[in-house]
Design a protein around this ligand. Structure first.
Ligand SMILES: Nc1nc2c(ncn2[C@@H]2O[C@H](COP(=O)(O)OP(=O)(O)O)[C@@H](O)[C@H]2O)c(=O)[nH]1
Ligand SMILES: [Mg+2]
Length: 328
């Protein structure tokens, strides 16, 4: 089923496809694993016992992996409370894993399109370059493959390239694209799109939006206007407002989550580009500090590299002992 995944990709009788996806996450997290878990392993190897020095080293590693100060201190406190100097240093790794898992396992929810809501309206928000348009394309590809009728709405009317990019995804996936001229009113495009979607049997509407800096009031006003206009045609829409965050921006992603979350009624988050960065620890900080669920993660450029966020899978991949091939 779309965007459902197994709790753990471990059993030998697991379908091959699932194992393949797990491997993708393992390889997608190579840089973060190296900056976080491998360094902790190394620190432990040099120690005879668990002491303040080891905890301080782990603290530094977590901060450098972009987990964030607040969450790091919480984890270190966890480790301190549970450990005594009589414990073997290896135990700290198991406890670190448990502590992080405790943070990740909350408010879990998958992205699902309910059969009784038609059209199901999804709006993507986030700063420029975070991966909104690409993520829409990847989602569209999967939904179309499932036999759903999908409409893409070019609500980013500020850049011709953005409209063009969405059209390419439309051609690639067979999804309908509703667009207008550059600089046209984004809310008007959305209104027109929704009216059509309600009459032409569309199952899912994916709305792309502009992402100029979130500090600019104008962007938030525009998003609010889009939502207002959507509600005029479909009072219960949008059904999902998804904030797309780029993992490579590290702590900045936390700021964006705060600002967008406050202003635009975000119901779920997607973290992209986990493959390109050693800053994947930011996902741990994000789960710790915000109640909004992470619905999916992006671990590469391909459509299959957008995966449902499964905390167990994530943690197993992060702590995997897979010999990593050195990446450039
Ligand atoms: N490596 C990697 N690149 C990604 C991922 N998601 C998006 N990108 C790339 O990030 C860039 C910006 O994406 P785009 O969708 O245009 O961002 P937008 O401005 O928010 O719409 C593009 O080059 C995408 O291919 C991901 O999960 N991994
Ligand atoms: Mg875009």
């Amino acid at each position: 089923m779309f965007f459902r995944s197994k709790a753990k990709a471990e059993a030998a009788d697991e379908p091959q496809e699932e194992q393949g996806f797990f491997k993708r996450i393992v390889s997608g997290l190579v840089k973060t694993r190296k900056s976080l878990v491998k360094r902790v392993r190394k620190a432990i190897r040099l120690k005879a016992k668990i002491d303040d020095e080891l905890l301080e080293e782990i603290e530094e590693i977590l901060i450098q992996s972009d987990v964030g100060m607040e969450t790091t201190l919480k984890i270190i406190e966890d480790l301190r409370l549970e450990s005594s100097s009589a414990d073997a240093p290896e135990l700290i790794l198991t406890r670190l894993k448990q502590s992080i898992e405790g943070i990740l396992l909350k408010n879990e929810r998958l992205f699902e399109v309910p059969a009784d809501t038609k059209p199901f309206v999804v709006i993507m928000v986030g700063v420029n370059g975070s991966g909104k348009t690409t993520t829409i394309g990847k989602i569209a590809q999967k939904l179309v493959a499932e036999g759903k009728k999908v409409m893409l709405v070019a609500g980013d009317t500020f850049r011709a390239a953005a409209i063009e990019q969405l059209c390419i995804w439309g051609e690639r996936t067979g999804a309908q694209v509703v667009k207008s001229e550059m600089n046209a009113d984004a809310a008007a495009v959305c209104y027109r799109a929704l009216e059509e979607a309600q009459t032409n049997g569309t199952d899912v509407v994916l709305i792309d939006t502009a992402g100029r800096l979130h500090t600019k009031r104008h962007l938030m006003d525009e998003l609010e206007k889009i939502v207002r206009v959507i509600k005029k045609t479909m009072p219960d829409a949008p059904h999902e407002t998804i904030l797309v965050l780029d993992a490579t921006t590290g702590q900045n992603a936390l700021n964006q989550a705060k600002i967008f979350g406050e202003k635009s009624g975000v119901t779920g988050m997607i973290m992209t580009k986990l493959d390109g960065t050693a800053k994947g620890g930011v996902l741990i900080g994000l789960r710790d500090r915000f109640a909004t669920p992470v619905l999916m993660i992006g671990v590469g450029e391909g459509a299959d590299d957008l995966r449902p966020f499964n905390p167990h899978e994530f943690i197993e991949a992060l702590f995997s002992e897979e010999e990593d091939v050195e990446e450039a």
